[in-house]
Design a protein around this ligand. Sequence first.
Ligand code: 5RP
Length: 236
Amino acid sequence: MTGELSPIDKAKFAAAKRAVDFVEDGMRVGLGTGSTAAWMVRCLGEMVREDGIRIKGVPTSVRTAELARQVGIEVISLDEAKWLDLTIDGADEFDADLNLIKGGGGALLQEKIVATASDQMIVIADTAKEVGTLGAFPLPVEVIPFGWQTSRALIEEALINLDVMGRDVTLRMNGDAAFVTDEGNHILDLHLKRIGNPRQLSLVINQIPGVVENGLFIDICDVVVVGHGDGRVEVR
Ligand code: 5RP
């Protein structure tokens, strides 16, 4: 499955491989999105095909659903599952309190719903994702297309009174067109550089009309499995 991997992929794979040890027969598992989560889905597929483990997977994006089916995982919706034993997902940043920035892959909305509907959320990450203070990675905010420029202006206005360092807000693009999420929305990336109070920021942003959800995951993640380029892993 792995062939010759770059150190970064080795780290992602090592974290994914360790995280699937948490998965037990019969579990309903939330399946994250992104390149690290894709390794985890492949590892789970191998467990299904070769070890005969029976799990039901709830994907957090169309592309994860496709990969899960390809590797032999039974895919169900969150409404069918109702509640999950475990979600395993990647992250763009995590801090010492295991708070996260997610949504670099544009799937933050389903990711947050699925993680919140789980007994446990495990994040898999390479060492580059660990930060002292969140915010170097632009914070993704999902907004509905109607009036997105107004939502952006309201976000910019709100940022003036918040403990952040940068205030640029950009519309995520896909080539010449605005990026469209699986839910048909757009993403605004907030270039904040440093987020002094993630909990306050999250609450303020989510109150702005047109905002559907933001990529701050506060008190949602329980465990971070960190992979190193030499294949070592740490569980935090
Ligand atoms: C997608 C996400 C991803 O989990 C996050 O962007 C990390 O991706 P990768 O594992 O490819 O670095 O939040 O919306």
